[in-house]
Design a protein around this ligand. Structure first.
Ligand code: HEC
Ligand code: HEC
Ligand code: HEC
Ligand code: HEC
Length: 131
């Protein structure tokens, strides 16, 4: 059988390059968590978080481990909310429970997993690193 070379048309190549560029910029750019809900009124130093490097090292393959979507009290298996800030759903800095408490959302997500995996920072000063 003769092998036919796969032909990449200009629009496909352009699309691929665009995807790559978008992935790199959307993810590698994040070096700390900077949810806009806290902007200008942070009590603690910002939390370094090298998004892509962190997720690779921690072997997290599903985006919705963090960027989740819920319906009727259940987390949806295949949905993600990666284009949203956590605070778009967790939007109260004084609430004391889900779904609104934004500080609890961050702490339980980040610290919860670090405790469970016995890896990653769990003390205040290990995450809120003084500069
Ligand atoms: C360990 C948790 C975690 C995982 C896993 C994760 N992210 Fe994120 N992501 C975050 C946090 C935290 C932010 C920053 C939110 C902020 O600062 O408002 C963020 C921000 C983003 C942003 C920017 C959103 C914005 O509004 O600024 C994009 C895009 C994104 N993530 C995509 C992804 C994709 C795609 C995946 C899967 C390949 C993924 N993330 C996996 C935690 C995670
Ligand atoms: C589209 C809305 C939405 C977005 C965006 C969102 N959440 Fe949630 N989150 C919810 C809802 C709804 C619940 C469940 C509330 C309940 O039923 O108690 C929840 C529950 C949680 C919980 C407790 C349950 C669990 O899975 O451990 C944590 C922790 C959490 N969110 C952290 C985060 C973090 C961190 C981000 C950003 C990376 C985020 N959430 C983004 C809506 C959202
Ligand atoms: C699902 C599990 C999981 C979640 C969620 C998670 N982490 Fe981690 N994190 C890890 C693991 C595992 C490590 C250790 C990786 C290693 O060094 O092997 C780690 C390591 C780290 C480190 C050490 C430096 C580094 O980048 O490796 C920092 C800082 C960190 N996490 C911050 C965060 C923050 C901030 C959040 C919440 C936005 C978060 N993590 C959410 C699993 C998680
Ligand atoms: C595993 C990492 C982690 C640990 C441990 C941790 N935090 Fe956080 N914390 C975060 C992240 C991520 C945010 C969201 C920061 C942002 O968007 O700027 C946050 C937000 C906060 C905020 C709201 C923002 C601000 O600065 O006012 C406060 C207050 C806070 N944390 C206090 C604490 C205290 C006190 C401890 C120890 C008991 C602690 N944190 C431990 C990751 C952590």
């Amino acid at each position: 059988m003769k092998k036919r070379p796969v032909k990449l048309s200009a629009p496909i190549i352009f699309g691929l390059v665009l995807c790559l560029v978008m992935t790199v910029f959307a993810q590698e750019d994040i070096v700390e968590v900077a949810d806009s809900i806290f902007s200008g009124k942070k009590i603690r130093p910002p939390v370094p978080f090298h998004h892509e490097a962190h997720n690779e090292k921690a072997k997290i393959y599903e985006c919705n481990v963090c960027h989740h979507v819920w319906e009727g009290g259940k987390k949806l298996e295949y949905e993600t909310s990666e284009e949203m800030e956590c605070s778009e759903c967790h939007y109260d800095t004084t609430a004391a429970g889900y779904p609104f408490d934004v500080i609890k959302a961050y702490h339980d997500n980040c610290k919860g997993c670090h405790l469970q995996k016995k890896a990653g920072p769990i003390l205040c000063s290990e995450c809120h690193v003084k500069q």
